[in-house]
Design a protein around this ligand. Sequence first.
Ligand code: CO
Length: 135
Amino acid sequence: MSLEGLDHVALAVNDLDGALRVFRDLLGFEYLGRETVEDMKVETAFLEVGSFHLELVRPSAEDSPVTGFLKKRGEGLHHIALKTTDIEGMLEKLRSAGVKVIDPAPRTGARGKRIAFLHPSSCHGMLVELCEEAG
Ligand code: CO
């Protein structure tokens, strides 16, 4: 196992510009940019303060998984992302221990990182993203 720390915390929002107004304009986070992640059907914006990174996530299509999340639970904490240097090794170890994974193999997420989600039902209610810097 090779967990290195927290990469980011993600907030699901209905209104990305409204959320940027609060976190960037009023609270003073530094804005790092936004992008659409096509295969997840989301638009994301990343913000930074100190060593803390905040991801704002908004659905970019009606059938985005985040659309269902917002309908069911409203805006709020969506996932935490943990940094690793061995995403395959971690996935293999977790799967063989019976942890339910959403992504059996890493895929490309925001900022070009290699990511995989673990199912909240195996993580005591928390949606956990593993992420590794693309080599
Ligand atoms: Co994320």
